[in-house]
Design a protein around this ligand. Structure first.
Ligand SMILES: *Cc1c(COP(=O)(O)O)cnc(C)c1O
Length: 359
């Protein structure tokens, strides 16, 4: 606290990111990073970018990267906005598209950055409860709103909302923006991107952090009608004209072009996810169906907090959320390599045996 702080700063409740511990020999399954690393072509492109040209500002329009993204999705560059991670893209979307008189809507269990942005920008919001099966029911969003935002697949549940349901939502909600955060869509879900052509209120947000293994580079993007994109650009150019540096642009372009690496690694992660879910169920866990690179699971015989603490003693870290109450016994576990998943399952087996011995 400082008397020099503004009233706004006094009122903030910042997002708390997952831990990035210094210890090297941890099995780190807490922040949904990709265990396989970026394409070698990305590293080569970044190395190629380390030259005297760094004295020059990067392209403020990120034209080449936007063209590469547009090419990948079969869209026009005018339908693409890029930012410093999808977190920044989302933040700009809150200010550009979601700040109106009427409260916005998002699920009560979802990405916990949404209420943080809403409070930062003074946007009223209503949290819409997921069903008992932790699903989004689109009818719950058929009411007056200043905008709608949700992750699909949802985080931290991993559950996917089917494209037909999204279409029903878009048909019922034409007067405000619908922002779909598809951070995990490349792990098996059907993307809403094809709906952009018919729905000018739809903004789809993607990141290179998960399926393209570039969390450290900070590249995210949004796809939508050129008028939505122009609104985001107005916010960007009122904040930071150069959110992506030359190295991020070079690496991002190469990442969008290397589809072979992208497909091979995401398929491996999807296969490992199914093995991990099967292994967890064999140990007695309830595992929600996941279309992401993590699973959300709880065990009837042990508290979530206890399991997370015991895993940590074995140098394995996963994500545990104390609130809301109904997910307090779940753990969100990133799908690692096959070896990491095996280490995790072996650790759970020992921990659960010890729990049973204690009664
Ligand atoms: C990881 C994640 C993001 C943020 O990704 P960055 O591009 O790294 O900022 C956004 N939304 C959800 C739901 C995420 O899990």
């Amino acid at each position: 606290m400082s008397r020099y702080w503004s009233a706004v700063v006094h009122g903030l409740t910042p997002y708390v990111p997952g831990e990035q511990p210094k210890l090297a020999d941890l099995v780190k399954l807490n922040t949904n990073e990709n265990p396989y690393g970026p394409s070698p072509r990305v590293l080569e492109a970044i190395r190629g970018g380390t030259s005297d040209a760094l004295r020059l500002y990067p392209d403020p329009l990120a034209t080449e990267l936007r063209e590469a993204i547009a090419g990948f999705h079969g869209l026009d560059a005018a339908q693409v906005f890029v930012g410093n991670g999808s977190d920044e893209v989302l933040a700009h979307a809150f200010l550009a598209l979601l700040k109106h008189e009427t409260p916005i809507l998002f699920p009560d269990i979802g990405y916990s950055f949404y209420p943080v942005y809403a409070r930062l920008y003074g946007i009223a919001y209503r949290e819409v409860p997921l069903t008992d099966a932790f699903e989004i029911r689109v009818e719950d969003y058929f009411r007056a709103n200043g905008g709608i935002v949700f992750p699909n697949p949802n985080a931290p549940t991993g559950r996917l909302l089917a494209l037909g349901e999204i279409e029903r939502l878009l048909q019922a909600n034409r007067d405000s923006a619908v922002v779909i955060d598809e951070a995990y869509i490349d792990f098996g879900g059907a993307s809403a991107v094809p709906l952009i052509e018919r729905h000018p209120q739809l903004l789809v947000v993607h990141t290179l952090s998960k399926s393209r293994a570039l969390a450290g580079l900070r590249v995210g993007y949004a796809l939508g009608h050129p008028d939505l994109i122009a609104g985001l650009v107005r916010v960007k150019d009122s904040f930071n004209s150069y959110p992506l540096d030359r190295l991020a642009l070079a690496g991002g372009i190469a990442a969008m072009q290397d589809t072979a690496w992208f497909d091979a690694t995401r398929k491996q992660i999807m296969a490992s996810r199914e093995n991990l879910a099967t292994g967890l169920k064999a140990l007695g866990f309830e595992v929600l169906p996941s279309a992401a690179n993590f699973v959300f699971a709880r065990h009837p015989g042990a508290r979530g907090e206890t399991l997370a603490a015991r895993l940590r003693e074995k140098r394995i870290i996963v994500r545990h959320f104390r609130t809301p109450e109904r997910i307090a016994d779940f753990l969100r576990i990133t799908v690692g390599t096959e070896a990491q998943c095996a280490t995790l399952l072996a650790a759970f087996e020992e921990i659960l045996a010890a729990c049973r011995a204690l009664g």
